[in-house]
Ligand binder design. Structure first.
Ligand SMILES: Cc1cc2nc3c(=O)[nH]c(=O)nc-3n(C[C@H](O)[C@H](O)[C@H](O)COP(=O)(O)O)c2cc1C
Length: 270
């Protein structure tokens, strides 16, 4: 069985968990892990196809309770070819809602066969306090334990006939909508990060990590394309020059930090 770790991960939390699971699977099943990181825009221009000898640990974050919608056109192009898949979503301590069940359905529709699934917690993209530092050592231990149970399931060959059943609803519920104090929807779709010119030293790391390729390489202060609020630029900037000042966005961020401060649990399905 050829092992693959395939993921989109703007701030690196999905990457950590997917790679941990794939590495432990390779230790148990043998063989090297091939990594397919489709975070950079150019990586989503390539064609990906798999076959019956492949096992793919496949990860995306949860955005608004679902698979990030900007990834859907690309995800639909992948040819599963009967490969086994382990869908994994990463959520920022609120809830994964229908993100995992949606990813399972997308992979099944691509021709993968899903044999296990998981939702893990990672530091919220918007925040440095919400699930700060997660996935942490305990989360990664759970990821390793999950991988061991997948390896056992494969070795025993039991329960492999039907797609994995995970928590979530079908038909999929609408995207999660943040609300303001008056209960009105907060629309952050058009919000973009700003740059403090006094702090920006022009290193260009923000443009290099933007998964939408939206930061102008000729002027790092300009976001010329769409912003999905992944916060990779803000979290990567070595001088703290990137920031958001939209009142609706900041209200939603604070509301999440206050309302979802408890330690959310990872959930695994086999
Ligand atoms: C636009 C946006 C929407 C998000 N929506 C949710 C959500 O509905 N529930 C949740 O728990 N976390 C949510 N998060 C947090 C992400 O799931 C979390 O930061 C994830 O770990 C990021 O993955 P990455 O580090 O691999 O990029 C959201 C993050 C962003 C940027």
């Amino acid at each position: 069985m050829k092992l693959h770790a395939m993921y989109w991960s703007a701030t690196g939390t999905t990457r950590k968990v997917v790679r941990e699971i794939a590495n432990v699977l390779s230790a148990h099943l043998g063989g090297k892990v091939t990594v397919h990181d489709f975070t950079p825009p150019e990586a989503r221009e390539a064609a990906y196809s798999f076959g019956k000898d492949d096992l793919v640990v496949f990860g995306t974050p949860v955005y608004a309770g679902r698979v990030p919608n900007v990834l859907l056109p690309f995800l639909k192009t992948i040819a599963g070819g009967g490969a086994l898949a382990v869908p994994v979503v990463l959520f920022g301590n609120r809830n994964f809602d229908d993100g995992l069940i949606e990813l399972c359905g997308l992979l099944e529709a691509d021709g993968f066969h899903t044999i296990a699934g998981a939702a893990f917690v990672g530091e919220h993209a918007f925040s440095r306090t919400l699930a700060a530092g997660r996935p942490d050592a305990d989360d990664l231990a759970e990821a390793r334990d999950f991988a061991v149970r997948i390896a056992e399931k494969l070795t025993h060959g039991e329960g492999l006939d039907t797609p994995v059943a995970v928590r979530g609803e079908t038909p999929l519920r609408p995207y999660y909508t943040p609300r303001d104090r008056a209960g009105q929807p907060v629309n952050i779709l058009k919000v973009k990060p700003k740059t403090d010119p006094a702090k920006c030293d022009g290193c260009g790391k923000c443009a290099a990590v933007c998964p939408m390729g939206s930061i102008d390489p000729g002027d790092f202060r300009t976001v010329k394309g769409i912003c999905i609020k992944c916060c990779a630029c803000e979290k990567t900037c070595p001088t703290g020059a990137k920031y958001f000042d939209d009142p609706g966005y900041l209200y939603h961020k604070r509301e999440l930090e206050l309302g979802f401060a408890r330690r959310a649990e990872n959930e695994t399905f086999l």
